[in-house]
Ligand binder design. Structure first.
Ligand code: ZN
Length: 280
């Protein structure tokens, strides 16, 4: 899809299932189940949503999903399918990993940064996009290295450390415009260094919400991911984002929505999918 100066494609970098309690936190199951039915293991269907953007001759990958390094036990737990979905989608667009200039993610959890690296033929870990500059919020990286007990399982060093060791990381502190029209908005909330990625061209904008608005039911102001570390900040930042998106008709990408993850929200929270932006 063309949007002002940039061309954007929707990626699905893996389909999977998470426990409904993790997705909806304190919202009672009898309520959330009306919007996302759970299977007999209480799992709800999700996807890892990303985007590839061409802007000013650069290729930008935003969100990389889980990737294919996940151990068998955890892959089974989350019913992971299409672990190579990101690279397959890029292939369909005719983009080789070496041609990617910039890699972005909303945070460094395993289901967002997993695709930064892959298993190399020799058994070690190789960087998926070896020529790309990867932008990390410094406090997210610092936290990921020494997480709290609950977050330990959510950060896998093999996802994000090799990229830093290879000198491919540019650290960011807070809000930043990393290229003309490409903004990182620091939010915190879900994780200490969580951010939203916003692509702008004139009046037009696309925002990658990540886990701030993971699935359509999270468009409700009081609902949030059960994984949020700082709930109040997450809700405040989501409110701000949804207000702006409704007012200026921003195109939103919901980080884990399996059905119609790209669309527009109105002031009442109603969702209208963007039909021109289907997954590659
Ligand atoms: Zn996530």
């Amino acid at each position: 899809m063309k949007l002002g100066d940039f061309e954007i494609h929707l990626l699905v970098a893996g389909r999977m299932r998470f426990d409904g309690g993790l997705v909806f936190g304190v919202v009672p199951k009898v309520v959330w189940e009306r919007y996302k039915p759970a299977d007999d293991r209480n799992l709800v269907e999700l996807a890892c949503v990303g985007a590839v953007v061409r802007l000013g001759g650069k290729v930008i990958v935003c969100e990389t999903g889980i990737g294919a390094k996940l151990d068998e036990k955890r892959a089974r737990q989350v019913d992971l399918r299409e672990p190579e979905g990101l690279l397959a989608a890029l292939g369909r667009l005719g983009i080789r990993p070496e041609e990617v200039d910039v890699v972005l993610s909303t945070h460094l959890h395993w289901d967002h940064a997993g695709g930064f690296t892959r298993t190399s033929p020799g058994g070690g870990v190789a960087i998926t996009f070896p020529k790309a500059k990867h932008f990390y919020q410094r406090r997210e990286f610092d936290y990921a290295l020494e997480p709290d007990p609950r977050s330990k399982a959510a950060y896998l060093a093999e996802d994000f450390v090799p990229v830093a060791e290879a000198g491919l990381v540019e650290f960011v502190d807070g809000d930043a415009e990393i290229l003309p029209g490409v903004e990182l908005r620091f939010t915190g909330g879900h994780t200490p260094g969580n951010q939203v990625v916003i692509f702008r061209s004139g009046e037009l904008a696309v925002a990658m919400c990540g886990d701030l608005v993971g699935v359509q039911p999270h468009l409700r102001r009081a609902w949030n991911s059960g994984g949020d570390l700082d709930v109040v900040t997450a809700l405040q930042q989501k409110g701000r984002l949804l207000d702006e998106a409704a007012r200026h008709r921003w195109l939103l990408l919901l980080g884990h929505e399996a059905e119609h993850p790209a669309g527009y929200v109105d002031a009442a929270g109603a969702w209208t999918p963007e039909p021109a932006l289907g997954a590659v």
